[in-house]
Ligand binder design. Sequence first.
Ligand code: HEM
Length: 232
Amino acid sequence: MSSNLAVKLRAGTQQAHTMAENVGLMKCVLKGIVDRDIFATFLGNLYYVYSELEAAIQSNLKHPFIGALYFPELNRKAFLERDMVFYYGNNWRSLVTPSPVTQTYINRIRELSATEPPLLLGHAYTRYMGDLSGGQMFQKVVQLALQLSAYEGTSFYNFEQIPDKNAFKNKYRQALNELPVDDATVNRIVAEANHGFKLNMQIAQELEESLIKAVGKDTFNKLTNSDNPGST
Ligand code: HEM
């Protein structure tokens, strides 16, 4: 039995993806406008999200769906720790806390881990496939804008064990497509992926006020008002 889960995830989150691309913070980054403090705060939130997600995956490895989609080369926690040291120093743990939306995100992952592990796949898909796609563009822009060398301060985007991103994404999609998931569960995983997109958008929106302060309201409006039909 093949569920076509990857196909359904892609189609079912396409609208959310276009909305995510159009969040002010994302548009600014793509236009090369990156504030170092805001970017560090953003990665700090992701540190908490990935710590929770990767702990949840780890503790559910015996679940056949989670086990089939476990690729340790995706793990981001250790890379985010490097970025935290870069931006905040060795004492970063006492300086970085999760934002309110990040806390909601963490709580949701924790809840799924305890009650409905298959739905974690919606979150894993939303983050990891995004990191291997648009995330790679982001890294290049941020590195240039903040004048960073190599992956210093952008380790998060460094999938050093995945040299061929497209080949890996195809492998991941194939593993999803082949999962023997029934239709009702497929729909719930897609709904959870959409929830993941929403939480990610809200994390970016939480930072918008600081971004407006950093670049000025007029510049922010100019950078974010143009139409963007989206990439997918
Ligand atoms: C400005 C922001 C963004 C840009 C420019 C962008 C760009 C892209 C591109 C070009 C792809 C297609 C890659 C491919 O098919 O190989 C893609 C796929 C994807 N992106 Fe984004 N993205 C952005 C934001 C986001 C966000 C915020 C998320 C979620 C947190 C996300 C999640 C995904 C996912 C899950 C896919 C895989 C789609 C699939 O093939 O199933 N993206 N992105």
